[in-house]
Design a protein around this ligand. Structure first.
Ligand code: HSE
Length: 405
């Protein structure tokens, strides 16, 4: 292919994923793309992947104002700076590929509007589930009313930690440190372990699954930070695994719910076998029941593969159309649903007793650990989220949607 036909990329960020895309584009014979300039905070910083120093700059305008740059690839960590770069590029008519889930989850309605106003495209398959092509599939293949549920493991780091602790007897802190060394974890790993990273991805997925945007603050999000040996022992006794699961589920013709929470996963479920940094997404719908997508959800090269796919998609002018946002009878978000949960407390305060369970199925009390299995409304979990964030408490969903039906 003639070099002139290549997409000329201005790359923001040369960290784990930025270096990955640089390597991948360098060796892909049919990428139809070349990296023309790389904007970084510190041009002198030593990096694992060496690049031509002439490509580096610390001035955003060197990329944004260069008429020879056709596409911005934005892979920086800072969500506010990412927002500035992405909106500036779109306003200049430059399409953008971004992996910044925090920024996209916070600003998606405005970014959709900006794409409409400017006629420019923003692609972000890499923002959700690393190498698994979730977004474009939801947008194109599942472009109909049949979809009922998207549920899965969307965060590689927390899954890696749970696998290491659960299956390999490793301690939590050393598993987290290893996830950081391997380049899976966020620069602030509390986003991984507190479920925030999964939440961002779930919000983006929901826009493409059901055509509805729900803001982060409205969604119940619970992570794995407070898991203890007694929870792992309990799960082992019951022959289930604990996974951090994000889900959006249609609960009726007119309503859907969504939340992020650890879950006891039974062996017969697809996600039971999703271990380490892998992600797994189950899509359930009318007519086809369940389909399962599995792949590496974090790390330099897996995420770079997804960026490459978006770059290549731009070569033929691909853009998201957000068709489902215009569907008749879009479902409304509800938190008025009943969940069955395991709630364990190792503290002296009676948090369990203070929660409005509608039914208790099992109760265990000992000197070191108390737990209940009970039914409680999602809206009540949201109302009590402060108490539930105590380090003495661990909450785990016991999936019952449709499993009992
Ligand atoms: N920290 C994220 C994860 C990176 O562990 O899944 C990929 O989004």
């Amino acid at each position: 292919m003639n070099q002139k036909d290549n997409i000329r990329i201005g790359l923001f960020g040369f960290g784990t994923v930025g270096q990955g895309i640089y390597s991948v584009i360098g060796r892909a014979r049919n990428a139809h793309a070349e990296i023309k300039r790389i904007c970084v905070r510190d041009v002198c910083k030593p990096r694992k992947v060496a690049c031509d120093p002439g490509l580096l700059t610390d001035k955003a305008s060197d990329l944004l104002d260069d008429p020879e740059i056709d596409l911005i690839v934005e892979l920086i960590d800072d969500a506010d700076a990412s927002y500035q770069i992405v909106t500036s590029a779109l306003r200049r008519g430059k399409p953008v590929v971004s992996g910044n889930k925090a920024m996209i989850a916070a600003h998606l309605p405005e970014l959709i509007e900006l794409q409409r106003e400017t006629g420019t495209a923003l692609l972000y398959d890499a923002s959700s589930c690393g190498s698994i092509p979730v977004i474009r599939n939801l947008e194109e293949y599942y472009d109909n009313d049949l979809l009922l549920e998207v549920k899965g493991i969307l965060n590689g780091s927390s899954n890696y930690i749970l696998s290491q602790v659960f299956d390999h007897g490793r301690d939590y802190d050393s598993a987290l440190a290893r996830a950081q060394e391997l380049g899976f974890a966020e620069s602030d790993p509390s986003r991984d372990i507190d479920g925030i990273d999964s939440l961002f991805k779930l919000i983006i997925i929901t826009v493409h699954a059901l055509g509805v945007y729900v803001a982060p603050s409205e969604i119940f999000t619970y992570g794995i930070r407070t898991i203890k040996d007694c929870d792992i022992r309990y799960a082992r006794e019951k022959r289930v695994k604990i996974k951090l699961v994000a889900q959006v589920v249609k609960v009726s013709e007119s309503e859907f719910t969504m939340f992020v929470m650890p879950e006891f996963v039974v062996k017969s479920r697809y996600i039971y076998s999703v271990d380490d940094e892998y992600n797994g997404v189950v899509i359930r719908g009318e007519c086809y029941d369940r389909q399962f997508m599995f792949g590496k959800g974090a790390g330099s090269l897996p995420t770079a593969s997804s960026i490459l796919s978006d770059v290549t998609a731009r070569h033929y002018g691909y853009r998201y159309e957000y068709k489902k946002m215009g569907y008749a009878g879009r479902p409304a978000y509800t938190t008025d649903i009943l969940l069955r949960v395991y709630l364990r407390s190792t503290g002296s305060q009676d948090i369990i007793g203070s929660l409005p369970f509608e039914k208790i199925h099992e109760r265990y009390t000992s000197a070191s650990c108390n737990y209940v299995i009970g039914d409680i409304r999602l809206s009540e979990l949201i109302r009590h989220r402060r108490a539930l964030s105590s380090p003495d408490i661990f909450l785990c969903n016991i999936s019952r949607f449709f499993e009992e039906e």
